[in-house]
Design a protein around this ligand. Structure first.
Ligand SMILES: [Zn+2]
Length: 459
C-alpha cells in the first residue's frame, strides 16, 4: 500500500489550498481553495485547472474560508460530482459564502465588460451562482470526532481547530499512513471558540504557518474596543467598525455584550449592517457545541452571547440608509473588513468628515486598501469618486486574529505525544513558513520542511 500527497496551492503562499491525496484505491482532494490577492496568484485559478475532476473520489474540507473552499463551484462546473465532506458548521457557512463568492465573480465580470477593462472578451466569471448551487448539493456534513470513510481505503476524522465556526484539523489514514493537517489553527483562550484540539501523532503532518514568524499582542483587544465605544458615547458620535462577516463580527458582538454587562461601556444602539454578517451570526448561534465554556455559560443563563442590549439588524439597503439619518451615539458594524467594498463605504463617506466619528479597525489591512490608507493616517480618502476629508479618529487593534501565532502553533505541536515522521509547513508566505520550520527544528527537534509548490511527497 502506498499513498502520496501533492501540494497544488497554499505552498509558499496563503491562498489556493489544494492537496491531492492519492492512494492505490482513490484520489481525494484535501481542500479546494481559491487563489486570492495579487493578480499572478488569481490567474492560477484560470491557468491551473485541476486534472480530471470527474475522476476525483471526494473532497475533504477543513473550513469554509474562500481560500480553502472557493474553488468548489469551479470544480463542480468542470465535472466533479462526488461528495464534499466537512463539519456541519462548515456546511452551513458554505451555504452563505459560496453563493456570495459567485455573485462577486459575476459582478466583476459584468463590470469589466461594461468598462472594457479586460484582455479577455467577454470577461467571464470563474464560476456562476448556478455552479455554487451545484457544489452545495454535493456537501455531506460529518460530525466532529466521528470516524468516516470519505473514499475507498481512506479513513478520516475532523477535530475542532478553533479558527472559525466549523474549522477542523483533518486526521486521515490512507495507504496505512496517518496524515494530520492542521487546517487553519485557532488560538487559545480567545472569545467564543474553543482551544484547538490536541493531536497524539502522525506519520506526516501539514501545519499552517500564516503567522509562523509573528507573535500577537498580549492583550485581547477588549480595552481598545471599550475605549472606542466610550469615545463615541462622550462625543455623541458614531463608532464605525469595518469587519469581516464571519468570525470577526461574532467576536465583536460577543465582546461588546460582555463589556456592557460588566458595566465597562455605556449601552449604545448597535447596528449590524451586513446581510452576510447577520446570517453568519445565526449560524454561530446554531452550533453551541463549538462554543467555549464562557460562551456556554452565557447561553445556559438564557442570554444571547452575540446580542448587545440595543441590537439592530440592517437586512436591506433601506435599513442601511436609514442609519445615515440617525443622531449618535451608536455603533455600526459593517463589511467589508478592509473597506474595499460593501456597506461600510457609505457609512465612511457619510461619517469620516465628522470629528465626532471614531473608526476602529479590528483586522489585518492589506497594502493598497482604503483600510490601510486610513490606518496609515490618510487625510483624505477616495470613495465613490469623491474626495472625502478624514476628520474622524482612527483606531485599531491587531489582537483579534483568528490564526494561531508562532507560540500558539508550537503550543499545539507540543501536544503531540511523539514527533511526526515528517512535518511540512504550508499556508504561509515564504518568510513565515521558514521561520516556523526553524522554530520547529530548534525547539522540538522534529524533521521539518517548507512544502514546495507542486511538490509530491510519499506519506
Ligand atoms: Zn481560514
Amino acid at each position: 500500500m502506498t499513498a502520496s500527497l501533492t501540494f497544488l496551492g497554499a505552498a509558499g503562499t496563503v491562498t489556493g489550498a489544494k492537496f491531492l491525496l492519492e492512494s492505490d484505491e482513490s484520489r481525494l482532494l484535501l481542500e479546494c481553495g481559491m487563489f486570492q490577492g495579487l493578480r499572478e496568484l488569481r490567474e492560477r485559478n484560470w491557468t491551473e485547472p485541476l486534472p480530471a475532476p470527474a475522476k476525483l473520489s471526494a473532497v475533504l474540507l477543513s473550513h469554509a474560508h474562500i481560500d480553502h473552499s472557493g474553488y468548489l463551484p469551479r470544480l463542480a462546473r468542470d465535472g466533479f460530482a462526488g461528495p464534499i465532506f466537512c463539519s456541519p458548521g462548515t456546511a452551513d457557512l458554505l451555504a452563505i459564502m459560496l453563493p456570495d463568492a459567485a455573485r462577486l465573480q459575476e459582478e466583476e465580470a459584468e463590470f469589466r465588460n461594461r468598462k472594457g477593462a479586460t484582455r479577455h472578451r467577454p470577461a467571464l466569471p470563474l464560476f456562476s451562482t448556478d455552479d455554487a448551487a451545484r457544489a452545495l448539493r454535493l456537501v455531506k456534513p460529518v460530525a466532529f470526532d466521528r470516524e468516516f470513510s470519505p473514499a475507498g481505503g481512506v479513513e478520516a476524522r475532523l477535530r475542532m481547530s478553533g479558527h472559525i465556526l466549523g474549522a477542523s484539523v483533518v486526521d486521515v489514514v490512507a495507504g496505512g499512513r496517518r496524515l494530520v493537517y492542521s487546517g487553519d489553527l485557532g488560538r487559545y483562550d480567545v472569545p467564543v471558540m474553543r482551544d484547538p484540539t490536541a493531536i497524539e501523532g502522525a506519520d506526516t503532518l501539514l501545519v499552517e504557518s500564516t503567522y509562523g514568524d509573528r507573535l500577537h499582542p498580549a492583550d485581547d483587544g477588549t480595552a481598545v474596543i471599550g475605549e472606542a465605544v466610550k469615545r463615541a458615547a462622550e462625543r455623541r458620535g458614531w463608532l464605525l467598525i469595518p469587519a469581516f462577516a464571519i468570525g470577526r463580527t461574532q467576536d465583536l458582538l460577543y465582546i461588546l455584550r460582555g463589556l456592557e454587562e460588566a458595566g465597562r461601556i455605556p449601552r449604545l444602539p448597535t447596528y449590524l449592517d451586513s446581510p452576510m454578517g447577520i446570517e453568519a451570526t445565526v449560524v454561530y448561534g446554531r452550533h453551541p457545541a463549538e462554543h467555549d465554556a464562557d460562551t456556554a455559560k452565557i447561553e445556559a443563563a438564557g442570554k444571547r452571547p452575540f446580542a448587545p442590549s440595543q441590537f439592530h439588524l440592517c437586512r436591506t439597503t433601506d435599513d442601511s440608509k436609514r442609519v445615515n439619518g440617525l443622531d449618535g451615539p451608536g455603533v455600526i458594524i459593517a463589511g467589508s473588513g478592509m473597506a474595499t467594498g460593501g456597506r461600510v463605504l457609505h457609512h465612511l463617506r457619510h461619517r469620516l468628515p465628522d470629528e465626532r466619528t471614531t473608526v476602529l479597525f479590528v483586522g489585518y489591512q492589506a497594502a493598497g486598501t482604503r483600510g490601510r490608507l486610513l490606518r496609515d493616517g490618510a487625510e483624505r480618502l477616495r470613495i465613490f469618486g469623491e474626495d472625502v476629508p478624514v476628520r474622524a479618529r482612527i483606531m485599531s487593534t491587531d489582537a483579534l486574529s483568528a490564526h494561531a501565532d508562532q507560540a500558539e502553533i508550537l503550543r499545539w505541536l507540543g501536544g503531540f505525544k511523539r514527533p511526526p515522521g515528517m512535518t511540512y509547513c504550508v499556508h504561509g508566505e515564504p518568510p513565515a513558513a521558514s521561520a516556523l520550520r526553524e522554530a520547529i527544528e530548534r525547539q522540538l527537534g522534529w524533521r521539518c520542511a517548507v512544502a514546495g509548490d507542486r511538490q509530491r511527497i510519499d506519506l
